[in-house]
Design a protein around this ligand. Structure first.
Ligand code: S3P
Length: 181
């Protein structure tokens, strides 16, 4: 939790792959009449290629740079719900950047829930390994400190996207982040 008082012009959703940032984010944007931005989608549109192709052709560091540049660009925006790619909050500097304008909400799920949700999907290059569950557990261990640095952490193992969106909207309207996890 940050103790620095600041105004929240936006909401940024962070958290691991498969926790539902895009689904929850678009519901939340509708509820608040905010614009919805998905960093992965925006990067794909601008690059004119899929994230898996960016990773394959230019490597992960190139993709991380694109994410960091986009983060800086978003600092001047307002009235947006920003769904971030699962690794964006982990790159040094990006959380601090988001903190300058957004309420940062982490969607949290257990490795087993994440695995159940992503196991039949093939568009995430980091999970294309023989043992995706082990990969999820390893990445979560490394990423947990960054995810835990959010203003609000919402557990999604037993919450529907609509319920999660409602909960975040209430906290945002109250202006006092709660930790209901
Ligand atoms: C990544 C998560 C993906 C995407 C890329 C890398 C990560 O986004 O940015 O494949 O490092 O966790 P989602 O969290 O939307 O799947």
């Amino acid at each position: 939790m940050s103790s620095v008082p600041r105004t929240h012009r936006n909401i940024a959703l962070i958290g691991f792959m498969g926790v539902g940032k895009t689904t929850v984010g678009s519901l939340l944007a509708q509820t608040l009449h905010f614009e919805f931005v998905d960093t992965d989608k925006l990067i794909e549109q601008r690059q004119g290629r899929k994230i898996s192709d960016i990773f394959a052709q230019d490597g992960e560091p190139f993709f991380r740079n694109l994410e960091s540049e986009l983060c800086r660009e978003l600092e001047s925006t307002s009235g947006r719900v920003i769904a971030t790619g699962g690794g964006l909050a982990v790159t040094p500097g990006n959380l601090d950047s988001l903190r300058t304008h957004a309420l940062i909400v982490c969607l949290w799920a257990s490795p087993e829930t994440i695995y159940a949700r992503v196991r039949h999907q093939s568009h995430r290059p980091l999970l294309q390994t023989p043992d995706p569950l082990a990969r999820i557990q390893d990445l979560l261990t490394v990423r947990t400190p960054a995810y835990r640095d959010a203003d609000l952490i919402v557990g999604v193992d037993f919450r529907s996207p609509a319920e999660t969106a409602r909960q975040i909207a209430s906290s945002f309207r109250l202006g006092t982040p709660l930790d209901p996890s």
